[in-house]
Design a protein. Sequence first.
Length: 198
Amino acid sequence: MSTHVPDRAGPTGAESQLGKIILDGEALGRTLSRIAHEIIERNDDLDAVALVGIRTRGVPLAERLAELIEERSGTEVALGAVDITFHRDDRARPADQPVVTATELDFDLEGTTCVLVDDVLYTGRTIRAAIETLFEHGRPARVQLAVLVDRGHRELPIRPDYVGKNLPTSRSERIQVQLVEIDGGDSVLLVDAPEEDS
């Protein structure tokens, strides 16, 4: 998979039809490049590192990070995906549940440094659910967290190890991450609208 993204949003801080552009395609690429570099620096044994994307947008982010790490270090890290649907504690009604997709962990978690990857960190409930899902499949030696955007408003004592951008927001705003693999283009937008916990 190439990290080159042909369809890019406008300049950072500009307005789009959807909201204020916080990161355009180029800035998002630089941000992922920095996170990949930090993962390499903080993990001496990259052969023991596994990147696990949290569905939906955490998966393509994990894939891009894995490619960047391999390009820079020559080490191909394990790659997986988790679906946290059945571990959410903040979805009261069945109608609130997202579509269930597969958890894919085709490697032994035992002894690994598992880096969970997600697009936006908000209350911390998604991360708690992802950790529970992980431990149903094995016991990693360490769990780290990489997020593209940390928007604050934590309800649980969860802190990321790798952060692309810290972006304090109000609860009446939300962060919308668009990725070329899913949305046809790369950008991070600040949108005036309420958001579900994540």
